[in-house]
Design a protein around this ligand. Structure first.
Ligand SMILES: [Zn+2]
Ligand SMILES: [Zn+2]
Length: 328
């Protein structure tokens, strides 16, 4: 099979010919049809995250079809369309796994980070962390659901059930999905983009935002909660200033630049600042059931597998509207 491989941090991926991966006990072998390009992949390639297992095939928004079952696999069929997300393994016995917080597992394995991912024609994955993908949405359109959608959904849940006015900082792949879910739940969406990014602001309005503006400006009204997807630490005090007393600010990214010092009074009033880490399989079941009902629309820009470096660069430079997806 062909694969795009990260061999050294900070270097471009290399196109390599690899033997087709053989499914071990409990694994599915999958022909990859589409794999989303997530900002986390950029953080892996750029060395912002510290535990990659090199060489690694990145990619954790995988849609494909089952081509073989490892020993002991039940509940999947050859030819079935499935999705493979970021959480590729959790131990099942640490205190976090035991209490349903497997996203916080002490010894997790993440797809495209420690476990070879979807920037390839084939992959294998632990069947317990794979999900059937029903519905009429295409493979490329479904791929961003597997991380941008799932993490976005978890972030939205963390914004609280009482959130009627939701701010979203950074309007890319995750935000355009979350905005639709939030609108489906009858919440108002206020979108913040890089100052002057008129295209992203127009996209946000198209996705249902009632207001879109520059991230260095206050919103037109107090917000109940805000989710920060842009990896920019200075947005934390900006978001705290934008939410009401008791409001919640959720940091939805896995990495962020340093957060500048801020006065205590913008946290005062029982405002809450929290991060969201990874996903649980329960998040995936809930979100993947909800997505076709909305129905969720995903804006994607497709790249051939061999152009993974170009896709990463487009994401890095902010030249995407929606989500980049590789097509092996
Ligand atoms: Zn665990
Ligand atoms: Zn991701």
């Amino acid at each position: 099979m062909k694969a795009m491989v990260l061999e050294q941090i900070g270097q471009p991926l290399h196109l390599r010919q690899r033997p087709d991966p053989i499914p071990q006990t409990g694994q599915l072998q999958v022909a990859v049809s589409a794999c989303g390009v997530c900002r986390t992949d950029l953080h892996v390639v750029d060395g912002d995250l510290l535990d990659p297992r090199l060489p690694i095939i990145p990619g954790h928004e995988i849609v494909g079809r089952v081509t073989a079952l490892g020993a002991g696999v039940e509940g999947f069929e050859i030819g079935e369309r499935i999705g493979i997300p970021w959480l590729g393994y959790s131990c099942g016995c640490c205190r976090y796994c035991a209490s349903g917080d497997e996203n916080l597992c002490d010894t997790p394995g993440f797809t495209g980070y420690q476990i070879n991912g979807g920037y390839a024609e084939m992959t294998v994955a632990d069947a317990r962390f794979c999900f059937p993908l029903a519905g009429p949405q295409g493979d490329a359109e479904s791929a961003p659901w597997l991380c941008a959608g799932l993490i976005g959904y978890r972030s939205l849940m963390m914004a609280g059930p009482d959130c009627e006015r939701l701010g979203i900082y950074g309007f890319g792949a995750a935000a355009h999905i979350v905005a639709q879910v939030a609108r489906h739940q009858k919440r108002e969406v206020y979108a913040f983009t890089s100052p002057g990014d008129a295209a992203a602001q127009a996209f946000a309005r198209e996705m249902g935002a009632c207001w879109a503006g520059d991230s260095d400006q206050p919103p037109p009204c107090e917000l109940d909660a805000a989710i920060i997807f842009a990896p920019v630490g200075s947005l934390v005090p900006a978001a705290l200033r934008a939410v009401r007393k008791g409001g919640i600010v959720v940091c939805g990214g896995i990495h962020m630049s340093e957060i500048p010092a801020f006065p205590y009074d913008i946290l005062w009033g029982e405002r809450v600042l929290r991060s969201v880490a990874n996903l649980t399989r329960q998040d995936a079941r809930e979100f993947l059931a909800l997505a076709p009902q909305i129905p969720l629309y995903t804006r994607v820009e497709e790249f051939p597998l061999q152009q993974a470096n170009e896709a990463l660069q487009a994401l890095r430079s902010g030249n995407l509207t929606g989500a980049a997806v590789l097509r092996p």
